[in-house]
Design a protein around this ligand. Sequence first.
Ligand code: HGY
Ligand code: MN
Ligand code: MN
Length: 406
Amino acid sequence: MLSDFVVEGSLPNRFRELWDEIAPVGRDAGSGGYLRYALTEPELELRTWFRSQADRRGLPVTEDGNGNLFAHWGDPETGDAVLTGSHFDSVPHGGAYDGPLGIVSAFLAVDELRAAGVAPSRPLVLAAFVEEEGARFGVPCLGSRLLSGALPAERAAGLRDAAGVSFAEALGDQPAGARPDLLGRFGAFVELHVEQGRALVEADEPVAVASAIWPHGRWRFDVVGEGNHAGTTRMADRRDPMLTYAFTVLAANKEARLRGAHATVGRVAVEPNATNAIPSKVTGWLDARAADPETLAGLVDAVRGKLAERARRDGTAVTVTEESVTPLVAFDGALAGRLATLLGAPVLPTGAGHDAGVLAAHLPTAMLFVRNPTGVSHSPAEAATDADCAAGVRALARVLEELTCR
Ligand code: HGY
Ligand code: MN
Ligand code: MN
């Protein structure tokens, strides 16, 4: 039953009004970045906001048992629904737009369609996926991987955060895992996302359509040496894992540059992490990405080789664990072309992973990017103007009308 929710004011003003409702949630006063880890207080507050926005619009909300939320316009039982949405969670001190922009835009796109009197002939479903960043439990796109069956529920249930809390404990139940019954009701997925680069700035366009997501993954490398006193241990007697780690960071950077790929080691854990103690163990995480699978495999193999070679020299022991890998995602070409023509928008690849990258293996899937004037993401410097966000909402509304009314 549609509510009598009435839209008033210009779209940029309505965007700003809705945006200001969530902007303070989880923002760190010091950095200006966001600490919205999955199923922690700030993200739970945003999930409550999602429900209130759905309620205001008369959209019933369901959950899939994996932590993902869905708001329904139309009877979900009828199937062939068009799904749109994104995620609320952030990386530590991440930007405001990565994720939430896709959810806020989805609600505003529904408002636009209703204000225009559009009556979709297919159900329209808005989604908030859990743990897209993997910043709390270590596996990105956890919610969409569970929904699609890409990750077994029992593996997800046992994932733990830095405080040792498991995903199942945070969820309050064992994750349901694959939901073919639910996934089968969707006929397409469109995710709107802030661009994480400057291509739209250079193209002088507010919106683009995605063509592909680079293959990428994350590998944890544990380096074990011999903890000892910083002052009394001769240099020749040391088995210092920090040396192996430091060399590997530099080697990853060089191997990526040689291949035109991307390699990042942005996270490290040191034991005992004391100024006057040689570490006993250093753990680093490699985030590697490349335009094609062969280049990615070559990069990771080269880094593994350099790591092993240096460990032999340092007398340290190394284990490498693949934590998650996402294959090349080529979005549905016909759909991308159709939407690019509809919107008169450019088509762009991206090196960033998304829930759309997971669901693309199961549904005709498309992504829309909204211009980010700084091009920076996973940082408080991430930005988007209200005018461009309004252009994104209009584009999403047109795409949803195209997909639900044709
Ligand atoms: O890491 C990524 O590419 C995405 O932002 N989760
Ligand atoms: Mn992100
Ligand atoms: Mn994102």
